[in-house]
Ligand binder design. Structure first.
Ligand code: 3H9
Length: 703
């Protein structure tokens, strides 16, 4: 093999190797880890095409990825580069489409985004049976910008192309073959199959070009696609543009659609929504990196799990393990509670089976991995034990004392506490290095977030194993430090306080919730409290006041709970729930509020939606800044990941910290002060220096 050299290229063309196999020239992209279309890749590919053009002996070209995948797309890191410096994917694709000799894409791993667009500009595509092909750009707030919106509908039909481009989900090779997206599935070695294919088509003329095909789609189809966006992509820019461009593919010559796509891609790329989604793409991957931990950190093997508590949380946690084939022993104190817990797990699986997303055979296989017991002694062989009982320090200490006696040496002892001090829990054991917090979010079998609470003495091995375990059970693990409520709940506490204040000052609960809907959250603070149960917060407030020797709290929300209105579960809370689930503004709540305000002599005022949105969001940001300063979260990006995967903050806003960066931190500080809050010192400092939280993360990563 030799490295492809173009006259204009620098040494960066080292990213593409060329080799001859008979009369076929093979271009191999070597840009680990995912062969993204980074600077140097187009130069190398152009040089390869130059070589193929110049040599009469070369009759066809194969493009293949080295390592684990074909091209996984444009290099997202280059999106913020000035246009002239960014790798010219469109330029390369234009040349490839017009190339005079047959071109074959040899696909393994994932051909995504710009990668699939390169493949679509080749004359033929050969893939391994386990390859996946897709246009996931929508997940980054952009659209396929190198011909995907014009070529995919011309191959797989508009309906399927829209499905793929709007979901961003890839199709597997077998389906791709059935759709005509792949010409041949490789039997055995991919390169051998692709070269054989190229030899077979070497003399084929005219060459098949997708850009020369036609696409068809009816006005009704596009109207239905647009109508559907309100449900699947409410408030987002790129999906609507994708539908417009797919429609162009059916109505206009290829070139016109191709030109329009370029302009709309830039519009989407430069939007705050795309910046937010790209921020989350990288933040999610950064969250997995823990300073001081690396590939050499030893990890424990998790082959079995024990769970204490078969309630909603314990059952949900168990399902995560069962889903990936890890046997679980689940402990309860009473047989009826155990039976109930198992019944709920079975019902959840059976419901999934009814929806056709799992077979009844799979249901039985998973249930067979679950061992119910009333004895903690049965946990003696478990590699990890997760306690999921109610939030009471004395109870947790009792359980951990018992676990210390029962668990085998080296087993991870985890608490699912959402607020309590993990150091204090660890202190009752003789092995605090084995103790960690694993805070799952409810419903634990659905929510992707796992806050991994590193206590003072948690060992690196236990932490690294927990991070790897999160990945294995398909969660996004974020490491946090010990404090009341860790990151997510500590911040949400301030958000809840601010929501209550807004109502005290005159806003209606439904207006406060609506303010967060406009930001894209599916639920506002009061809908969320009603769903979680108002009695939980009520009891905490009463308890805290008692401990502090303060009078019994008498806020408007306390009065609502005292009327027996505990939220959705009692069909009455801040809202009424006449049909069980849908919140309806409540006359009873209005009455409580009117009495409360007049008794306390509170003056109501009009509160704009803008004020409500800012006060609620910035209450999160301000506490987030404090949490960063204290080192409870490692990065602002970690906080954003927590809010997106744990609290329904819309990914296209990038999370609360990224949202604050977009607004400008000095305007956040000014607003907080204007609303009577003291900005956190770190927030103030960054604002004064004209910096963002993203800058802070970068500086910290460099330090
Ligand atoms: C596009 O193509 C636009 C065009 O239509 C038009 C242009 C004009 N760029 O996820 P992993 C990094 S938009 C840069 O942990 P996995 C990633 O950050 C693009 N970097 O591995 C990570 O870095 P680090 C459309 C990228 O095996 C490392 O690679 N394509 C890119 O779990 C490993 O990633 C996409 O949206 C990239 N495109 O999953 C595909 N991709 O190690 C996005 C990855 O420093 N990528 N990195 O943390 C993916 O979905 C997954 O990465 C993939 C591998 C499935 C490929």
């Amino acid at each position: 093999m030799s490295q492809a050299q173009s006259p204009s290229s620098s040494g960066s063309s080292a990213l593409v190797d060329t080799s001859r196999q008979g009369n076929v020239l093979v271009l191999t992209i070597n840009n680990p880890p995912v062969n993204a279309f980074s600077p140097g890749v187009p130069e190398g590919l152009h040089a390869g095409l130059d070589m193929a053009e110049a040599d009469e002996g070369i009759q066809a070209v194969v493009i293949i990825g080295g390592g684990r995948t074909f091209i996984a797309g444009a290099d997202i890191k280059t999106f913020d580069m000035p246009r002239e410096q960014a790798p010219d994917l469109r330029g390369f694709i234009t040349r490839l489409d017009a190339f005079s000799k047959p071109t074959v894409a040899a696909i393994h791993g994932t051909a995504l985004g710009g990668g699939l667009e390169v493949a679509l500009a080749c004359n033929y595509r050969v893939a391994t049976p386990d390859a996946q092909l897709g246009l996931p750009e929508v997940k980054l707030g952009v659209l396929p910008g190198a011909g995907g919106t014009q070529r995919l509908p011309r191959v797989v039909g508009v309906q399927k192309a829209l499905e793929m481009m709007l979901s961003g989900n890839p199709v597997r090779a077998a389906e791709a073959e059935a759709l005509g997206l792949v010409d041949e599935l490789a039997d055995g070695d991919l390169l051998t199959a692709a070269v054989a294919y190229a030899e077979a088509v070497a003399m084929a003329r005219p060459l098949p070009r997708i850009s020369e095909r036609a696409a068809e789609g009816s006005a009704e189809l596009f109207a239905a696609a647009r109508a559907g966006l309100g449900k699947t992509h409410k408030g987002q820019l790129a999906p609507g543009l994708i539908v417009d461009l797919a429609e162009m593919a059916t109505q206009k010559p290829f070139q016109e659609g191709w030109d329009a796509e370029a302009a709309l891609f830039m519009q989407a790329k430069d939007s705050p929504q795309s910046r937010g989604l790209r921020h989350i793409f990288f933040a999610e991957r950064e969250a997995g990196k823990i300073p001081g931990l690396g590939k050499t950190t030893p990890q424990l093997e998790i082959r079995s799990a024990g769970i204490i508590g078969a309630g909603t949380m314990g059952g949900g946690i168990a399902m995560n393990f069962l889903n990936v084939g890890i046997p679980v022993t689940i402990v309860e104190t009473a047989q009826d509670a155990l039976d109930r817990g198992l019944g709920v797990i079975r019902k959840n699986y059976e419901n999934t089976a009814k929806k056709g997303r799992m077979s009844m055979d799979d249901v039985e296989k998973r249930m067979a991995l679950l061992t119910p017991t009333l004895s903690m002694d049965d946990l003696k062989d478990a590699d990890i034990i997760i306690e999921a009982v109610y939030e009471n320090m004395d109870v947790k200490k009792e359980i951990f004392t018992r676990l210390d006696a029962v668990a085998k040496p080296g087993a991870i002892l985890a608490s699912n506490t959402s607020t309590l001090d993990v150091n204090e829990i660890a202190s009752v054991t003789k092995r605090p290095e084995s103790v960690i917090g694993l805070h799952f979010f409810s419903p634990a079998n659905v929510m992707k977030l796992l806050e991994i609470v590193r206590a003072d003495k948690t060992s690196d091995t236990v932490l690294a194993t927990s991070m790897a375990l999160a990945k294995k059970i398909r969660k996004v693990g974020v490491v946090v430090g010990v404090c009341d409520g860790f990151v997510g709940n500590r911040m949400i506490h301030h958000y809840g306080d601010e929501a209550r204040k807004l109502v005290e000052e005159g806003a209606k609960p439904q207006d406060v919730d609506a303010a967060m809907h406009t930001l894209g959250l599916p639920m506002g603070p009061f809908e969320m409290s009603d769903m979680a149960g108002l009695d939980v917060g009520y009891l905490i407030r009463q308890h805290q006041a008692k401990v502090a020797g303060q009078p019994k709290p008498d806020g408007w929300l306390d009065r609502i709970v005292e009327q027996g209105r505990k939220g959705q579960k009692t069909q009455a809370g801040i809202y009424d729930y006449p049909d069980g689930r849908k919140p309806v503004p409540s006359a009873a709540t209005d009455e409580v509020l009117n009495t409360y305000r007049s008794e306390k002599g509170l003056q109501s005022r009009e509160i704009s939606q803008e004020e409500a949105t800012k006060r609620l969001t910035y209450s999160l940001v301000n506490e987030g800044a404090q949490i960063l300063d204290e080192g409870i979260a490692q990065r602002a990006g970690d906080i954003d990941v927590i809010y997106i995967y744990g609290y329904g903050f819309p990914a296209y806003r990038g999370g609360p910290m990224q949202y604050a960066d977009e607004q400008g931190l000095s305007s956040v500080v000014a607003d907080l002060e204007n609303y009577g809050h003291t900005p956190a010192p770190l927030l103030k400092k960054l604002a004064q220096e004209g910096k963002t939280f993203a800058d802070w993360d970068k500086e910290k990563a460099r330090a």
